[in-house]
Design a protein around this ligand. Structure first.
Ligand SMILES: Cc1cc2nc3c(=O)[nH]c(=O)nc-3n(C[C@H](O)[C@H](O)[C@H](O)COP(=O)(O)O)c2cc1C
Length: 317
């Protein structure tokens, strides 16, 4: 039986982090919030996951760094960013002033670099209560540094950061480019992750039709957008089935309330939107509103009650 949409409680909870809506701006697609704040009220979105930063400013990979695909895009930005100090000193204070809920994202080209970021956070008075550890960026030239590809390397990063930041909520961002994502998820949780973010982009490549050479300078880039949604649903499903108590920030190809609901019922406790922000910077508002209407139509009064319900047998009507 359906209920009025205004009766739906859309608040979400990600490992104890309260979100006003489940819709989160995915890391790297809203940078540090300033540009996108011209289009939406940052206090009204679930959270913003900031662009992953390294321990120092980093120029990323050379151009060309982007290509459109029939139902998504490829990027090889390569973790270009301003570094952890600028995040702590400039961007986080500004975001907090806007009333935004922030998930700070860090990356590293070595375990030591992740630790350096964690030490900066530990030694700074700017509060960081939720940290997303990006161990899955496909755009690093040395693919051995995609720590999320193996359980031991994924766990090493999480354990090292956890040792420096015992009281910060940690979500490990996983790669779909693995044979067994549950094995990696379990390794991260055992190493101290409170939550998991999945999925990051899938590794892809594109050929230029005129030159018959790779479009991207790095040859490989990360595929995102509608094309990857079924992979996201599959990964979320597998992790939730194996580790039902672990909160998941799901993402991958979400561009509508129905997409967000699909990831939720597969097991996501909140939903990150990425590529859609580039074409529609206030998509988070529309998607949250569509989600509310859909939940109402299904007679679900609380978003939280929808998490993982696709795993339960359908009750006879
Ligand atoms: C241009 C671009 C930059 C990205 N940068 C980051 C990043 O810095 N850190 C990260 O964890 N993910 C990054 N991502 C991945 C997104 O956060 C997201 O996981 C992925 O794009 C899948 O979601 P989508 O299909 O909704 O875009 C980036 C994605 C894009 C398209």
């Amino acid at each position: 039986m359906s209920i009025p949409p205004d009766r739906v409680d859309l608040t979400a909870d990600l490992a104890g982090l309260p979100l006003v809506t489940p819709v989160v701006l995915a890391s790297g697609t809203a940078m540090y919030g300033r540009e996108i704040s011209a289009f939406l009220d940052l206090a009204g979105v679930g959270a913003i996951a900031t662009k992953s930063v390294l321990a120092r400013p980093w120029q990323g990979l050379p151009p060309a760094r982007g290509a459109t695909t029939p139902s998504g895009m490829l990027n090889s930005i390569g973790l270009q960013g301003e570094g952890i100090d600028t995040l702590l000193e400039e961007h986080l204070p500004w975001l907090h002033k806007q009333g935004a809920t922030v998930i700070a994202s860090v990356a590293g080209l070595s375990v030591t670099e992740y630790v350096r970021c964690a030490e900066r956070i530990a030694g700074h008075d700017q509060p960081v209560d939720t940290l997303e550890i990006n161990i899955s960026c496909p755009n690093v030239q040395d693919q051995d540094r995609v720590f999320a590809r193996r359980p031991d390397t994924a766990a090493a990063v999480v354990a090292a950061v956890r040792a420096v930041l015992p009281h910060v909520r940690i979500s490990a961002k996983l790669s779909p480019d693995v044979a067994d994502i549950v094995e990696i998820a379990r390794a991260c949780v055992d190493a101290g992750a409170d939550a998991l973010s999945c999925i990051n982009t899938l590794t892809g490549a594109a050929i230029h039709p005129r030159t018959l050479r790779p479009v991207l300078s790095n040859v490989f880039g990360g595929l995102s957008g509608p094309a990857v949604k079924p992979v996201a649903v599959r990964c979320i499903w597998q992790i939730h089935q194996a580790l039902p108590q672990v909160p998941i920030l799901g993402g991958g190809g979400v561009r509508s309330g129905q997409d967000a609901l699909d990831l939720t019922v597969a097991g996501a406790s909140a939903v990150a939107i990425g590529t859609v922000n580039f074409e529609e910077p206030d998509a988070a508002v529309r998607i949250a509103s569509e989600l509310r209407t859909l939940l109402a139509g299904h007679g679900i009064g609380r978003y939280r009650d929808a998490v993982g319900i696709a795993h339960h047998p359908l009750e006879p009507s």
